[in-house]
Design a protein around this ligand. Sequence first.
Ligand code: MSP
Length: 652
Amino acid sequence: MCDSCQKKFYITTPIYYPSAKLHIGHTYCTVATDAMARYKRLQGYDVMFLTGTDEHGQKIEDKAREAGVTPKQFVDNIVEGKGGVKDLWKLMNISYDRFIRTTDDYHVEAIQKIFRKMYDNGDIYKGTYRGKYCKPCESFWTESQLVDGKCPDCGGEVQDAEEEAYFFRLSKYADRVRDLLENTDFLEPRSRVNEMINNFIKPGLEDLCVSRTSFTWGIPVDFDPGHVVYVWIDALFNYMTAMGFENEKYDDLDKFWPADVHFVGKEIVRFHSIIWPAMLMSLNLPLPKKVYGHGWLLLDGGKMSKSKGNVVDPYVLAERFGVDALRFFLLRSFPFGSDGNFSNELLISTINTDLANDLGNLVSRTVAMAQKYFGEHLPQAQQADEEKDAELLAMASALRDQYEEQMEHYAFQNALAEIFKVISRANKYIDENAPWILAKSEESKPRLARVLYNLLETVRICGGLLAPFMPDTAAEIAKRLGGAEMDWDSLNRFGVLNPEAAVVAGPALFPRIDMEKELAALEELNKPAKPALEIEPYAEEKVDFDTFCRSDLRAVKVKDCQSVKKSDKLLCFTLDDGTGTDRQILSGIAKYYKPEELVGKTLVAIVNLPPRKMMGKESNGMLLSAVHSEKGEEKLNLVMVSDAIPAGAKLC
Ligand code: MSP
């Protein structure tokens, strides 16, 4: 197929806010997007699957300050670090084609140009912002939008806010946006349209505040320093800048814009279905073809959060149950457009019923019987038996079209249900035809061959259609069928399997999980870790306040740190203590730290101890550290304080 004739498909996930580690709720949307992207690739589309991280805003600035690092260091760690966003997507087998970080230079520059364009065309103007601001959601609200005086999204407290700010003329686009929502399929499922119309459009769209001056961690408005661009403008345009809009880094805009679909969680539908199209209208740009607002995974009926423990940690779940089982569970158990209640019981029972029993057994039994009764090679099939085979053959041959119908509507749960209807039918077919009885006489061997061929073909079709959901499992099934073809065109045809190929038996695809034991193990994991800490007994003797105050404790910055020759204990620190003259302190902590990892850190030293010589070097003070023992092993952590504290600051 020539390049320009190839069908294109551009799909996106929301770019994640790296203020904390991701939980299974975040993973849900990305797994769904991945399944859709893989499905489209299977159909022969040239797919662009974009994901990334949304890295600006006050919350990140605050969190970084708490952690004593710069905002960039903070986000770098969560995005690129061990166990971070990229690691998680790798683990979950997410086949994204591009990853955007909103701190990427090309994006930052593009956003500045975009902001200026809307300013130049009059859709962004300067005014005074008076209203309410929800810090955790980074959202501005008018009084009328609040629910019981609280943020309508998260239910949290809002603050009064008044400042000079830029505004986007959202009100100007109210009628066009309403028309888009009411009279097209732009936003799905339909229930979300009603939410948008009733909650936001009917009360009246007011102009949107699109700049902030109270913090700096954002993209500066280049023609008005002091203002940073509202994080949602910065974030929404990622879908275009990552394709090359207003930048030279990429050149895929003509090919992929407008996007075919943005998958987004329900609480951010407002941004995607009202603000986003309005801004695109302002710039005369084509609108994305669709926004799909999926539901939330709930835990005990409430919002999921990392604080609820390990049960929602995708790393823990993937490790215990396997990546494919977890991916499958997420899309099999909940209708994509509605909320769903996550529970470990449901996860385990889904794995046991669908994967261990139905799919796993079908594959194992079929392959094992083909091998046992016919040796290496697949049986040459005779004619199908009109009566006995008709239903299975009809179901398996029609499966691809039924699956496609569901997938085209993002109805992952239904698409999987179609596959599992055929799997159940095939298991029943084994019982009906009892291959073990057919195997008893030579006369019925041709029929046995046909029965097994029908089963193997059914497994091939089901395996191929499961590939977008469980890529590794599908590859394993193909291998067990002797390298069976599973491309799209072969999946609505019965009789494709090459009888010459050798089937390969293997261990159970999904071993059964003992529900009780597993739940107990998960509960154990979810208990707050017992402090393995053996705490030193507290001192009985009191010191009076003046005595305590005589200890001069100061913040010091590590300029240099070296090991000390012939000592395996000592590190020699050169410290900035704010006086302008370097201070040298020796500390017996070589066992716990590499010298280079301490350079640049802000530590605490007691500086009025008498000088002391160690290994021929003078030490002028002592660095404070915390010592405890864990499982009999001594642990030490230097006391590190925020880098915002200047060298020499007195601690009291
Ligand atoms: N940064 C914004 C998106 C900007 S897109 C231009 C954001 N980030 S987020 O990290 O807070 O959320 C990312 C996605 O995860 C959202 O679509 C959100 O709905 C989804 N989920 C977070 N918790 C969820 C569940 N418990 N269940 C399902 N999805 C959930 O919003």
